[in-house]
Design a protein around this ligand. Sequence first.
Ligand SMILES: [Cu+2]
Length: 120
Amino acid sequence: MIPASRWLLAAGLVLAVAAPAVAHSLLLESAPVAGATLRTPPRELMLRFNNRIEKTLSRVRLLDEQGAAQALAVATDGAAADRLTAPMPSLAPGRWRVEWQVLSKDGHVVAGRFEFRLAP
Ligand SMILES: [Cu+2]
């Protein structure tokens, strides 16, 4: 397991390097939707990209308001090749942040993050 600080540093570097190019994996949509306020806890996380991703080498983390992170188990079969899914743990109301890092089939690593809120 890579320490959180190093993971974030790596993600930041990748973002900086990947920013000018457009051929890498881009996040097209997600569930929960970025910025959404949900009334019921999501049972699954879904990320859809613009091309195929290497699921076994992709990572997703979920962080609470205090920044405590837990890794989500990425499903490696079933979903389409451009989709990443992971079962969600039971979430308390509040703000949650999803941080993802995926390996595109073209060999590039891309990372990003977004937030959603679970209403009380
Ligand atoms: Cu690429």
